[in-house]
Design a protein around this ligand. Structure first.
Ligand code: ADP
Ligand code: MG
Length: 679
């Protein structure tokens, strides 16, 4: 052909331009002038701490510099958050003009987007931790970057200890510890006085405004502030920090509604959410440049604090809260609580407004609260979480003496002891604290010990088919149904179709017409519909959550071979399923008492979440999946059990005396008998 089609030429030209401009952006980043010095420092030292303002190019550029410098390297770069791992990998693949998953890939739990060709792998810190199980010296890596070190997640903290250890005998391994401008001296100190390489940031001044009085409703205050900025302030995008998906969705809805009402009286406002469970195509949208004349508002969790940088932000709205795990080491209860963020966090948030030009940060709290009510910095996760998972992992790695593990900040002694006790009660450790065969199998599954135990128990109760579905559904459960404001009744009716007597876990496990068909109604019916979006739509079910549940289930089912569990169905009988759940979650037992439920071991008052199918039924004994503290301590995802099973599945934990039911005669159950009672 003598001519290239003009359209094709235009497209090639466009791609060329895009590539050029991307290279220009790369060269404009604060880290770029330090490229050579940085590479020299990495060559010189085995362990290097790198400190740089958020957005200076640490995460996206350093691995590329290394790959451009030395051929044949394999680099692993950890991120505390899934979204960051995915998004950064996508960006770097784009910058390197390769297909995501080939040379550049990412690995997050239940999703591996890498191949044999992958030389740069972004992954969550938890995934790298699991890689120690198959490759204890990380032999295939030449460089490990522990990124976002200042976040001090549990997994990052454990990685510190393990990687410091292997670096001693793997002199060829380079270790980079990258952090925002926080705490770098401590990292250096922990890694035997490793040098700190500082990338000077460019920061424009940020004016900070406080409210005169505390805000009663910070969500509403956010919405009002966004609109005020939009109407009165000069161009520039807005970033709002909220605590989680529900809040973010509510805020976005409110904003869209009010903009619609104002119509053409105001300029266009693009409202974009970002949170962990947001599908990746939606995530990518926050990075699209704002069209001229319009303004963008990104409503984010604290993922936008340091993990992701969105260019063009001039205004930050900070209500001053974040969602935090908190753990009571006495009772072993973990809950998610919305709490005031730390001053360090607040300052990072404000910093987001000054990256491209002078900016403004609107704090929706008083200057007094900032000074007196907020903590200086966030307590490392290792000191406020259940350690069952990592203790099991460390034991599997042959690390028996946990008291003397090289922790940067050690966990509270009671927490460590409690984790050992819980693993013992689950049967993962013997009385000497050594890993049992069951424990070894449990560690093979990339889930929490209780969930792992539940799956393994399904072997004995011959219901692994259903339990796998439950495990998958639990991993997405808060986002399965959707409930549009204008169709609440329809949505609730649709939901009722899936309710199964006995509890939320069984939701979607409703036995069908004949004994031979599959029981996992959700996934099975959806499969029948050809995984159709229409079916989800008609049933008010979130297609994306279903897709994720399906993927999680497939992955778990793929692991059943490894742990030698046969995949069989209980043929419509819910009893074995509930026993398997009990075998994993017997710690989470609550008993009906006056005015609510009380946890069996610690007599803490808890309530059934109003969204639960057992909210009205109130069975005498139940097991919850998780506790969430909002207005009260709510149990989310509950299932009815028989107290007798507790002795069967956890004889070393429960004594029959504790389970005696003094109130049994006074409080007859309203409905729903167990099969045992019936038969
Ligand atoms: P740091 O790790 O130092 O905080 P990054 O390497 O993450 O910095 O970011 C460098 C630049 O790359 C920033 O300007 C940011 O906006 C840009 N960037 C990062 N990820 C993306 C993305 N997915 N899409 C577009 N730009 C991105
Ligand atoms: Mg980064």
């Amino acid at each position: 052909k003598p001519f290239v089609a003009p359209e094709g030429a235009a497209q090639t030209r466009k791609a060329e331009l895009k590539k050029q401009s991307m290279q220009e952006v790369r060269r404009s980043l604060p880290i770029f002038p330090y490229r050579e010095d940085l590479l020299a420092a990495i060559h010189e030292h085995q362990i290097l701490v790198i400190e740089g303002e958020t957005g200076s190019g640490k995460t996206t550029q350093i691995p590329q510099y290394l790959l451009e410098d030395v051929r044949g390297m394999k680099i692993g770069c950890t991120q505390p958050r899934r979204v960051a791992a995915m998004s950064v990998a996508a960006r770097v693949a784009q910058e390197m003009s390769v297909k995501l998953g080939n040379e550049v890939g990412y690995s997050i739990r239940f999703e591996d987007c890498t191949s044999e060709r992958t030389v740069l792998k972004y992954m969550t810190d938890g995934m790298l931790l699991r890689e120690f199980l198959t490759e204890p010296d990380l032999a295939s890596y030449s460089v490990i970057i522990i990124d976002e070190a200042h976040e001090r997640t549990l997994h990052t903290d454990i990685l510190f200890g393990l990687i410091k250890d292997i670096a001693r005998f793997r002199s060829d391994l380079k270790v980079l510890v990258a952090s925002a401008t926080l705490d770098t001296e401590r990292f250096s100190c922990f890694f035997d006085d490793a040098p700190v390489f500082r990338i000077p940031g460019r920061r424009f001044p940020v004016d900070i405004f406080y409210t005169k009085a505390p805000e009663a409703d910070y969500l509403e205050a956010c919405v009002v502030s966004v609109l005020q900025i939009h109407v009165t302030q000069s161009p520039g995008d807005i970033l709002v920090f909220l605590t989680g998906q529900e809040e973010i969705e509510a805020c976005c809805e409110l904003l869209q509604e009010r903009c619609r009402r104002l119509g053409s009286k105001i300029a266009e406002l693009l409202v974009l959410p970002i949170y962990a469970n947001l599908p990746s195509d939606m995530q990518a949208k926050i990075f699209n440049p704002t069209p001229p004349g319009a303004r963008k508002v990104v409503v984010a969790t604290n993922i936008a604090e340091t993990s992701l940088t969105i260019d063009g932000i001039i205004y930050v709205i900070d209500p001053g809260f974040c969602k935090q795990k908190s753990y009571n080491a006495r009772t072993g209860m973990e809950s998610l609580i919305v709490t005031p963020c730390s001053r360090a966090s607040a300052n990072q948030r404000a910093g987001r407004a000054g990256r491209v030009a002078a900016g403004k940060c609107f704090r929706l709290y008083t200057a007094w609260a900032f000074k007196h009510e907020m903590e200086e910095s966030t307590v490392p996760e290792i000191q406020r979480t259940n350690l069952g998972n990592v203790v099991l992992l460390l034991k599997s790695l042959g690390i028996n003496d946990l008291i003397h593990f090289d922790f940067m900040d050690p966990p509270p002694h009671e927490t460590l002891v409690l984790a050992l006790e819980q693993l013992y009660a689950l049967g993962a450790l013997n009385h000497l604290g050594e890993l049992t065969k069951l424990g070894r199998r449990m560690a093979e599954l990339p889930v929490d010990p209780m969930l792992s135990k539940m799956i393994l128990a399904s072997e004995q109760y011959k219901c692994s088919e259903e339990v796998l579905t439950i495990a998958a559904m639990l991993s997405v459960n808060n986002s399965i149904f959707y409930r549009p404001k204008d169709k609440v009744v329809h949505a609730d009716n649709a939901r009722m179709n899936f309710v199964v007597p006995g509890g939320d876990h069984l939701l979607g496990n409703k036995p069908r017409c004949c004994a031979n068909c599959s029981h996992d109604v959700f996934l099975a019916q959806w499969l029948e519909s050809g995984y159709s979006t229409q079916w989800c739509y008609e049933n008010f079910i979130q297609f994306r959550s279903m897709r994720r549940a399906r993927d999680v289930r497939d992955q778990l089912e793929g692991l059943m071979d490894r742990i030698e569990v046969e995949v069989v169905s209980s043929q419509g009988d819910s009893l074995p399923i509930r026993k398997a759940v009990t075998a994993g979650y017997f710690y989470h037992t609550a008993r009906l008492s006056k005015g609510g439920y009380k946890t069996v071991k610690h007599q803490q008052t808890v309530y059934v979440h109003p969204n639960s199918s057992l909210f009205e039924e109130q069975p005498r004994w139940l097991i919850y999946h998780e506790l969430v503290f909002t207005t009260k301590e709510f149990m989310r995802q509950v299932i009815e059990i028989d107290s007798g099973w507790l002795l069967e599945v956890a004889p070393h934990y429960y004594k029959s005396k504790e389970l005696e039911d003094s109130s049994s005669k006074k409080m007859p159950r309203k409905q729903g008998k167990t099969k045992e009672e019936l038969g």
